[in-house]
Ligand binder design. Structure first.
Ligand SMILES: [Zn+2]
Length: 1015
């Protein structure tokens, strides 16, 4: 193996013109491999010539062995899969894993001393006997056998379809900040040295291969030519919509072929092999007449879309060459193949594309991945450290391409009309505001591994694309294109960092871009200008604008007439408040950022109208169905709400609320109901004010008030209904967390003021209702780890109540801990273990029996829900269907006993264990049937010496549950019970009276569901 002198000469000029002592390393590869498609291995040899252009002497060379990421559960990739909620790799069969064997590194022909990184088996280092001096080179070589993993991320195979990416050992980057070894990640890309490749692949003759580089084997060119003509024939007969997933593989030829590729000025090499590939070929003519060979390769799956794909590749090459700079490579290929990381993935000169769904989506993903040849391929950023540079810039150009060739708004593709309402919000804006309003977004310039999944999409792709589109609006498309092309020319085949981009743009555009690079890209500070007032002055208007955000970005004011922009003027950014002059004209409103280009946090304060009662917004809009926020109007939603309980009977009303998504600081939802049974007003509601702090310790604070009032008892004999009313002020502290980590926790204080009507009797004569009040205080700490395997939640609480009974003032302080642990024993199959322990630290009625306030319950039902935490259809029923509703609180038994039997209640302590399991196999019908078993002990704390026996205080019960939405709704069929339970159940009646159900309205509440979505 010897270095390719021609490539060296080609690369030399770039090093010579480098300014500021810029240098970069260089690697020339020669790889010879043979694919064995019976046992899915790749066997061969790699030789690399490594050039040290740095001023430093190197005694260690770091190497990436990224295929080792798939070797076990301890790799960074394996851990990230779990953080992302992916279980497939965790439960992978041994033969689906991927790893190297047979590595024996040599340096300059001598066995080298080398080792794997202690923490990351996908990083190795070579210790050099003789340090590599500045300006010198050395040869590293090794044989290797790669066990190709199943498709979990990028590298892999699906049967005999091969995706050979990140597949060979390669040096990490050494640059002016030192070595950059990095473990393979799914969410998080790469950083590699430029150089050249000479790759020979031996495999069965009937494989079609797409690869980085230029094919050097004449017989293979003929083979592809034949494939192209077969494909053209096939397509000319017309193809139908095809989502046929299981296209069979033709048997592999017994004869092997060896095909050879060379590639220059690239930093990676990928190839894809599939015997089923259809092939199309074209030629893209770039501005200036340069011609590029283009290829697409695809299987039957979505072939009706792929028949257009060659055109998408050609058009994309032309588009980026016009806008960003000339495509420097001789060919470009798009292949359709398995990919378990995103919808497409870029490699130099070749991109792999997964299922797309529509021709438009296919065009978009091909354009995006082809575009990475510029922003990743030629401008080789450190993607792991600055993922926004390749993804953000590519997305900016890709969106320009989509705007040029397609018209519709993307949001319309996803949302029904009613939800869109009159909002002009885009899907990207909605996603941004969903996070940013709650201050949960992260700076785009965040290392990949520190992003949460949604924030990776927002930070690396969306926000930088918005920022560059905004810069384009500010400086003009021509000026920005020219500046970007200069940057491209200056930095091509090198490793620019954000500071290099900033310097290049600031020089060319002659602007200070601190607001862009420091504000929008390197922080999660927010942009929020507000138009505060306007008045007529001599030669136009004076518009007062206040910066309520923390980025002093330039902005545009537009004079609007009949909803159209009449005049626009740009202003330099500032902090604080300024009065700005705006040219005269006949406008009905002045709007800041009328084209919706800036990442503005609140838009309703962006406009001012020249007349009307409400200068800021038009009349509030009342609508029945929820819709997205409207810039021009404050909205109120009123959704009809029917309800029912056994005492109020049918209730009808509406839920009125001011927002669903994105979040506002003040939110309310009120549901007043008219009861046809009691002919009175009932209902429930909640008000909340949020402070989104996003500090390390505290993510947000919420001060809220919830209220509910319903009847809970009806007496036919004396013709009265009893009502309860509960008011609950609360303060919730969402504690700080690392965005990428799935652990959430919060502290909550709440006070419950409860008024219950009690019937008064004098000598068995009903004497009217009297209201009794209770005041309960509770402090709780809740934690939740939403990881993919063995997730858990816990809640610990302290509760205090003081009250007066016949014997005087009483009080208690009780503590409880609930732990819910899932054990994931198989993909998407869990055994759920719940532990509950509760005891009274102080109780003046400890030995007073179970009737005193605050008792713990092994069975939670309406009659003992003294905090009125749950909603019941028949809160005080002792028989019939409504007495069979239970809540999974405290002991969480599912046995419906009703208040007639106070079994399982304690004023001292209780302990409970609840088990529930997914069946290992799916049933032939889609019912989530799960066996369950509950066991619990309650101390019935009789006065000293009179305790019941242990057995009397021990309950157990087991059966089958039909359990939906992770336990939010369930029906329970008991099969066996402890004697004490069984006796009471038999007194209750037949088997049907022993079945119970539970509905957790809190977890089914759409407001809660939306607020708790985390990505
Ligand atoms: Zn991308």
């Amino acid at each position: 193996m010897k270095p390719l002198i021609t490539t060296l000469v080609l690369l030399l000029p770039f090093f010579l013109v480098a300014q500021n002592d810029y240098w970069q390393q260089e690697v020339h590869y020669r790889i010879d491999v043979t694919l064995n498609d019976l046992n899915h291995t790749l066997e061969g040899e790699i030789g690399m010539t490594y050039f040290n252009h740095s001023p430093d002497e190197l005694d260690t060379i770091y190497l990436h062995l990224w295929a080792n990421a798939f070797r076990d559960q301890r790799t960074a990739f394996a851990k990230q899969q779990l953080q992302q909620g992916e279980q497939a790799f965790y439960f992978a069969e041994p033969e689906a894993l991927g790893y190297y064997s047979g590595l024996a590194f040599q340096v300059n022909g001598q066995p080298a001393s080398w080792a794997l990184h202690r923490q990351h088996p996908d990083i190795a280092f070579l210790l050099l006997r003789t340090p590599l001096r500045s300006g010198d080179s050395l040869r590293i070589s090794t044989p290797f056998t790669l066990n190709i993993p199943a498709s979990f991320s990028r590298l892999g195979h699906v049967e005999e379809s091969y995706q050979m990416t990140q597949w060979y050992p390669k040096p990490a980057v050494y640059d002016e900040t030192g070595w950059h070894p990095m473990p393979y990640l799914d969410l998080g890309e790469f950083y590699s040295e430029f150089g050249s490749y000479e790759v020979s692949i031996t495999l069965p003759e009937n494989y079609v291969v797409g690869a980085t580089g230029v094919l050097q084997t004449e017989s293979e060119r003929m083979f592809l030519k034949k494939k192209v003509s077969e494909t053209n024939d096939y397509l000319s007969r017309g193809v139908e919509r095809s989502y046929q997933d299981e296209e069979p593989f033709p048997p592999s030829s017994e004869r092997l072929k060896t095909i050879r590729y060379t590639a220059e000025r690239v930093h990676d090499f990928a190839w894809f092999a599939d015997k089923r590939f259809k092939v199309q070929r074209s030629m893209a003519v770039l501005p200036g007449g340069r011609r590029v060979d283009t290829w697409v390769m695809f299987t039957k799956y979505e072939e009706h879309l792929w028949q257009e794909a060659i055109h998408f590749v050609d058009r994309s090459l032309r588009f980026y060459s016009e806008t960003a700079g000339l495509y420097p490579y001789p060919q470009a290929t798009a292949v359709q193949s398995a990919l378990s990381a995103g919808s497409g993935m870029e490699y130099p000169m070749i991109t792999v594309i997964g299922p797309a769904g529509t021709a438009k989506a296919l065009d978009e993903v091909i354009n995006h991945e082809v575009g990475h040849n510029w922003f990743y391929g030629v401008l080789a950023f450190n993607e792991r450290r600055h993922p926004w540079m390749d993804e953000g810039l590519t997305t900016y150009y890709e969106q320009r391409y989509m705007q040029r060739y397609y018209e519709e708004d993307i949001l319309e593709d996803y949302l029904p009309d009613f939800l869109l309402g009159q909002s002009e919000m885009s899907l990207e804006e909605l996603a941004y505001l969903y996070q940013a309003r709650r201050h949960r977004d992260q700076a785009p310039d965040t290392p990949s591994a520190e992003f949460s999944q949604l924030n990776y999409f927002l930070g690396a792709y969306q926000k930088p694309a918005v920022a560059f589109r905004y810069l384009e609006a500010y400086v003009g498309k021509t000026a920005l294109d020219a500046a970007m092309q200069n940057f491209y020319r200056q930095w091509q085949f090198r490793h620019p960092c954000p500071a290099d981009l900033r310097r290049a743009l600031e020089n060319d555009l002659d602007k200070n871009l601190g607001w862009l690079f420091e504000g929008l890209l390197s922080s999660n500070e927010k942009m929020d200008y507000a138009v505060k007032g306007m008045k007529n002055v001599d030669n136009g208007f004076q518009v007062t604008v206040k910066n309520q955000g923390s980025i002093a970005a330039p902005f545009a004011l537009s004079g609007m007439r009949d909803g159209e922009i009449a005049t626009t003027r740009w202003y330099e950014g500032f902090t604080g408040k300024q009065a700005l002059s705006f040219p005269t004209g006949d406008y009905d409103a002045i709007v800041l950022d009328a084209r919706r280009l800036a990442p503005e946090l609140y838009r309703q304060n962006n406009r001012i109208r020249s007349g009307g009662l409400f200068p800021r917004v038009e009349k509030p809009l009342i609508s029945v169905l929820p819709s997205l926020e409207n810039d021009r109007r404050s909205q109120l939603y009123a959704l009809p709400l029917p309800a029912w309980n056994n005492y109020d009977k049918t209730m009808l009303g509406a839920v009125l609320y001011n927002t669903l998504v994105p979040a506002k600081r003040f939110e309310f939802s009120l549901a007043p109901l008219y009861s046809f049974g009691s002919r009175e007003l009932t209902g429930l509601g909640e008000l909340a004010y949020h402070w989104y702090l996003n500090t390390e310790a505290v993510q947000s604070l919420t001060l809220g008030l919830s209220a509910r009032s319903f009847h809970f008892d009806q007496n036919e004999t004396f013709d009265y209904r009893r009502r309860y009313t509960r008011l609950m002020p609360y303060l919730e502290v969402e504690l700080g967390r690392e965005a990428a980590h799935p652990f959430h926790h919060r502290l909550q204080w709440r006070s419950l003021w409860i008024a219950e009507e009690q019937a008064q009797f004098t000598d068995a004569n009903f004497n009217g209702l009297r209201t009794e009040e209770q005041l309960i205080h509770e402090l709780s700490y809740t934690g939740e780890n939403r990881r993919a395997i063995n997730p858990f939640t816990f809640r610990t609480a302290l509760e205090q109540q003081s009250y007066t009974d016949i014997s005087g003032d009483q009080h208690y302080l009780k503590a409880s801990l609930e732990w819910n642990q899932s054990l994931t024993y198989k993909e998407h199959k869990n055994i759920d273990i719940r532990l509950f322990a509760g005891g009274f630290l102080i109780n003046t009625k400890r030995e007073g029996g179970s009737l005193f306030p605050g008792a713990f319950n092994l069975i939670s039902q309406g009659f003992n829900d003294y905090r009125y935490d749950d909603l019941y259809f028949g809160r005080t029923e002792n028989e019939g269907l409504w007495s069979q509703q239970v809540s999974l609180r405290d002991g969480a038994f599912k046995t419906p006993l009703g208040s007639a039997f106070g079994l399982g209640r304690s004023n001292n302590f209780i302990l409970a264990l609840n088990l529930k399991a997914d069946l290992p196999q799916n049933l032939p019908f889609p019912l989530p049937i799960k066996p369950y078993f509950d066991i619990g002990f309650f101390d019935n704390a009789q006065p000293t010496g009179q305790d019941d026996s242990f057995q009397d205080q021990l309950l157990w019960s087991g059966g089958l549950a039909i359990d939906f939405l992770d336990g939010a709704f369930g029906v329970y069929f008991p099969f066996f019970n402890s004697r004490n339970l069984q006796n009471r159940l038999e007194e209750r009646g037949n088997y049907w009276s022993r079945i119970s159900f539970n509905i957790d309205f809190h977890r089914l509440n759409p407001f809660e569901v939306i607020r708790n979505i985390e990505f």
